[in-house]
Design a protein around this ligand. Structure first.
Ligand code: NAD
Length: 499
């Protein structure tokens, strides 16, 4: 009998949904559990629970809300091992990397522990005679998050942490491919003292997502996933009058200047291109050496480094990366590798046909390297989202700036150089949302904000930090006067000026 993964509504698990989805063990290539696919009526149950609990939560002072976050942080840390193993068993990323997934989410929870300070409004004493003006940020009501498979702990925490700390109730719809961790997180939030109904988890596919998009009581939606779906979520959600931020796919470039420390670059690229089997929106799947000499020298060092990577089961502490998430995804990546050959790129290291003894049905792919990839190729334009590194040679600095700037995705980019002027010039000119200088994966820390540009992000407010705060609240501005009982003003018909 397979384990059933149920919804979490109003503080307890809730089994409903005729349709179910398979949840695989990517190491073995076998189904390990089934997740229920909910319907609009299941969503309604979650909305009812959220609606009943939210006003009191919004009225709870921020230091008490912060205390729940502190307690939650402590509980997640205490349960880190269990969470990392659960995450790794459904996603396939190695356990150490799964810990990082939880940890990067927890950093936003740490930010939320400071919510009383972050939510403080602005105040002007004496904006006019006897007049003071102040602003306050109020919660929106009920928020929802629709999340991708590749960070099943971090991204839900980015969303529900901020939304709940700001006084909203929240509904998460996790990826149906690895849905267990968000449920455990919701249980831990309850254990931390969060009132029932403030955090709910509903499972499902398009039917559930559409129900969220159309529900009149859901005020705001945060989405992370692939770009076509992100655009759909943004269009339908905003057409329904909701506030929406929708983050999409990526194709991040790593520019290597002739003066870069190549050993450091190889080290950084190996992790950023192949870590988590390349299934990261901030992975670095395109390397752009500037000049043929740089490209040749880099290629010489990259080949043995890539061939030396250890692919293993996700519980293997020595493995650099594990299997990809599904059989269909494995096949898609292999199709792209063949397409690269057909398009005329040079396949330098071929990861197809990789098998692991005892795990022949697992979704493994060896590391792959292409050289002489050209901007017109489909394999360059599309996000492959696998352990495939593509080298695109740039003739000079200007071409290196142009490549990521003209790519339709604009999530992250990195430049490797010892030249401060080149780095400064690059960051000013490049048309991409997040930039790393000798930092391969520039995911901003929790007190800055995350957000890609172009087809990597629809809507204009980022995740977490000050931008997250803005997204999950609305600003109210109060202009107040306390008359002193003296004579009334004469003319009340003109627009008031306080000058
Ligand atoms: P996905 O778009 O397939 O799924 C994301 C969510 O959308 C899931 O919850 C899924 O159930 C739902 N969904 C899928 N198809 C739908 C449809 N037709 N209608 C409505 N909802 C639908 O993405 P994924 O494969 O889970 O995740 C990988 C993608 O996410 C990659 O493109 C990656 O770059 C992107 N990603 C982006 C960021 C970022 O911050 N920009 C972060 C992580 C992942």
């Amino acid at each position: 009998m397979l384990r059933s993964i149920d919804h979490f509504i109003g503080g307890s698990t809730f089994a409903s949904g005729e349709r179910q989805g398979d949840v695989f063990d990517p190491n073995q290539g076998q189904v390990q559990a089934r997740v229920r696919f909910g319907t609009a009526s299941d969503l309604q149950k979650a909305v009812d629970a959220a609606k009943a609990a939210q006003p009191e939560w919004a009225a709870t002072n921020p230091q008490r809300r912060a205390r729940v976050m502190f307690k939650f942080k402590e509980l997640v840390e205490r349960n880190m091992d269990e969470l990392a193993h659960l995450l790794s068993s459904e996603h396939g990323k190695v356990v150490a990397d799964a810990r990082g997934d939880v940890q990067r989410g927890l950093e936003v929870i740490e930010y939320c522990c400071g919510i009383p300070q972050a939510l403080k409004g602005e105040y002007t004493v004496g904006a006019g005679p006897g007049i003071d003006v102040y602003s306050m940020r109020q919660p929106l009501g009920i928020g929802a998050g629709i999340t991708p498979f590749n960070f099943p702990a971090m991204i839900p925490m980015w969303m529900f942490g901020m939304a709940i700390a700001c006084g909203n109730a929240f509904i998460v719809k996790p990826s149906e491919r690895d849905p267990s961790v968000p449920i455990r997180l919701a249980e831990l939030m309850t254990e931390a003292g969060l009132p029932d109904g403030i955090l709910n988890v509903v499972h499902g596919d398009k039917e559930m997502v559409d129900a969220i998009l159309d529900h009149p009581d859901i005020a705001a939606i945060s989405f992370v996933g692939s770009s076509d779906i992100a655009q759909y979520i943004y269009s339908r959600g905003t057409a329904n009058g909701k506030r929406v931020q929708a983050f999409g796919g990526a194709k991040n470039h790593g520019i290597v200047m002739p003066d870069a420390d190549l050993d450091q670059v190889v080290n950084d690229l190996a992790g950023a291109a192949f870590g988590s089997a390349g299934e990261r929106c901030m992975a670095l799947p395109v390397v752009v050496p500037v000049g043929d000499d740089t490209a040749d020298a880099l290629r010489k060092k990259l080949i043995p480094a890539i061939e030396g990577l250890r692919v293993g089961v996700s519980t293997d502490p020595e493995a650099h990366y594990g299997p990809v998430v599904s059989k269909a995804h494995k096949q898609r990546i292999e199709t792209y590798i063949q397409m690269g050959i057909d398009e005329g790129a040079e396949l330098v290291v071929d990861g197809r046909g990789f098998t692991l003894q005892g795990h022949e049905e697992g979704f493994f792919i060896g590391p792959t390297l292409f050289d002489h990839v050209k901007p017109g190729m489909k394999t360059y334009k599309d996000e492959i989202f696998g352990p495939v590194l593509q080298m695109v040679r740039a003739a000079d600095f200007d071409e290196a700036v142009k490549l990521p700037s003209e790519h339709e995705y604009g999530n992250g980019v990195a430049i490797f150089t010892r030249n401060g002027h080149a780095a400064r010039e690059f960051t000013a000119r490049v048309n991409v949302g997040m930039v790393g200088i000798n930092v391969p994966i520039p995911v901003p820390v929790s007190y800055h904000s995350f957000g890609g540009w172009k087809r990597s992000g629809f809507g204009d407010i980022g995740q977490y930090g000050q931008e997250g705060l803005r997204f999950w609240t609305k600003n109210k501005v109060v202009t107040q006067r306390w008359p002193d009982g003296g004579p009334h003003g004469e003319n009340a018909f003109n627009i008031p000026t306080f000058g």
